[in-house]
Design a protein around this ligand. Structure first.
Ligand code: ADP
Length: 372
């Protein structure tokens, strides 16, 4: 296993001028990245399409070499080492199995090529099959081109783990699977990674998946790391407005307000009185207030004209959708909240965020609560 350090990594694909509009950028795909993946840690990477997630993974793998900076495995500089010499395992969205071999052959292959003992191989394959759960033994006996997408991906992951990789790299490994299979497969992947304590970089566009898989989560934007931390860190202490609105769905509402002596005035003239402990932290003047759907309390307060109520029986909750001064707002309500043209609501001051009016700097965040 390994600790991975990325130091001042720059990767610039050097897009030609005529291509620049197609790629919509003239910036590096990775712009001075510093990041450590601890030994045995699962690090998820999320961010909008094109933000550099796959390039980051490829640089760790050696499929792309950095233009500047270093990639260290356990302190050794592997920046210019070919991927096949790095001792890594990789699983991509398009699984790459040896199609004519049976599932088991796919797992055995490495041991045959590397002339490991039969015993060692059987033991490890058996262990993987046990952890992969019910049904995996059956997959072992089938040719891989007769397996379904989900089954193939499970074999592909098993094949990687069998090799005892220093670092495991996964790029959207389950996004081809249907929703139900995704849930069970991600559970299995996590179980395996936990059991074998493999250092893992897990790239996904799916925030929920990133949260589920990762010990820590990296949020990227336009080639930069915006924040690295636990889910709680990202949720309660976002480093900027981008992270705040990226984490959570429906996203945090952002309302322009003006602060004067503990009173907030919204763009439509409605006012709110701040508790002293927050007012004392805020400057006077224009700023932006952030409220998540779960950060509203129904009752007295602001008036929200209702656009529609979205009821979600699986969550036993509803979202009330509307807008104030042309800014979209969603508020969590009980599932059976009655139909209404407008509702009264207040921010829960324990769940309120403020950002600068000019840039994305946070002025006030709730901080991670001591829940447990
Ligand atoms: P993500 O995985 O987050 O969608 P990528 O790492 O694939 O992002 O891409 C980051 C940026 O680099 C994007 O602007 C993309 O267009 C560009 N890019 C990726 N691969 C290449 C390539 N082979 N040649 C030129 N530009 C590329």
């Amino acid at each position: 296993m390994a600790k991975v350090d990325l130091r001042n990594i720059v990767r610039n694909y050097g897009v030609q001028e005529e291509e620049a509009s197609r790629f919509d950028r003239d910036r590096p795909a990775l712009n001075n990245i510093n990041l450590t993946i601890e030994d045995g840690e699962i690090l998820s990477v999320v961010g909008p399409s094109g933000c550099g997630k796959s390039t980051l993974l490829k640089v760790v793998a050696g499929l792309e070499f950095p233009d500047q900076g270093q990639v260290l495995y356990n302190g050794y500089d592997v920046s210019q080492v070919e991927p096949q010499k790095r001792g890594i395992g990789m699983v991509f969205q398009d699984y790459a199995l040896y199609p004519t071999m049976k599932g088991k052959g796919n797992l055995h292959y490495y041991f045959e090529v590397h002339q490991r003992t039969e015993e060692e191989m059987e033991e490890r394959v058996h262990e993987i099959a046990r952890i992969m759960g019910v049904g995996f033994d059956l997959l072992m006996g089938q040719k891989t081109d007769t397996l379904s997408g989900g089954e193939q991906q499970r074999v592909a992951i098993g094949r990687c783990i069998v090799r005892d990789p220093l670092v495991f790299l996964m790029d959207e490994p389950i996004s081809n699977l249907d929703a139900k299979l995704r849930e069970s497969t991600r559970m299995e992947i996590k179980k395996m990674l936990r059991k074998f304590k493999v250092t893992t970089l897990y790239v996904t566009h799916d925030q929920q998946e990133a949260i589920f898989m990762g010990d820590r989560i990296v949020v990227m934007r336009q080639g930069n790391l915006e924040q690295v931390g636990s889910y709680d860190d990202l949720y309660y202490t976002p480093s900027n407005l981008f992270v705040a609105t990226f984490i959570g769905a429906p996203p945090m509402a952002i309302l322009p307000v003006s602060h004067e002596g503990g009173t907030l005035t919204l763009a439509d003239g409605q006012t709110l009185v701040l508790p002293d402990y927050i007012a004392g932290e805020l400057p006077t003047g224009a700023m932006r207030m952030g409220v998540r759907p779960e950060g509203w309390m129904l009752g007295e307060g602001l008036t929200l004209p209702v656009r529609h109520i979205e009821r979600i029986p699986t969550e036993q909750a509803a979202f009330i959708h509307g807008s104030i001064a042309e800014k979209n707002i969603a508020a969590v309500a009980p599932l059976d909240y009655p139909q209404a043209d407008q509702v009264q609501m207040m921010p829960n001051w324990d769940q309120i965020y403020f950002f600068s009016a000019e840039d994305e700097t946070p002025l006030y965040t709730p901080g991670v609560p001591e829940l447990f």
